[in-house]
Ligand binder design. Structure first.
Ligand code: FES
Length: 159
């Protein structure tokens, strides 16, 4: 069955389209809306956005493959992004990553067996002043300590 937005999200997309000068300019927010519903950007989602915005599928695919925030395959219910860029690395970012790998039992790019968490690494997430940091779904966790990482991951498991 081809991908389709829910009625409510269709209305949101209509609203988004009123805020941009061209349909092409709304490609990124349209993809986010679809990903929020579907969890990832499948080929069906690409075709949907292509049709809805009157864009060639190759254009939509180019956007999806350029931006790492678009999931090109199914992911866990929650996504943990650990910043690995220099300012975070200098303040223990790699220790945070190793702690996440150990606690979750997975490597970056993998999803836990229960489908709950996907672990990722990210380049600078623009929070260098509060390094080391990581992003869980849409929330930032900053000035991380080993204890704080344990708490965050434990809360994810409970959720
Ligand atoms: S280097 Fe980690 S947020 Fe900038």
């Amino acid at each position: 069955m081809p991908f389709a937005l829910t009625e409510q999200r269709e209305r949101e997309l209509d609203d988004i389209l009123t805020r941009y000068p061209t349909k092409m300019a709304a490609c990124i927010p349209a993809l986010h809306l679809c990903q929020d519903q579907n969890g990832w950007v499948s080929e069906d989602v690409i075709m949907y956005v292509s049709t809805r915005l009157d864009l060639p599928p190759s254009h939509v695919k180019g956007v999806v493959t350029f931006y790492t925030l678009f999931n090109q395959e199914p992911v866990g219910k929650h996504q943990v992004w650990v910043c690995r860029t220099l300012p975070c690395a200098l303040r223990g970012g790699l220790d945070v990553l190793h702690q996440c790998e150990k606690k979750l039992g997975i490597k970056p790019g993998e999803t836990t067996a229960d489908g709950m968490v996907t672990l990722r690494t990210a380049e600078c997430l623009a929070s260098c002043g509060t390094a080391p940091m990581m992003q869980v779904d849409k929330a930032y966790y900053e000035n991380l300590t080993s204890e704080r990482v344990d708490e965050i991951l434990a809360r994810l498991k409970e959720a």
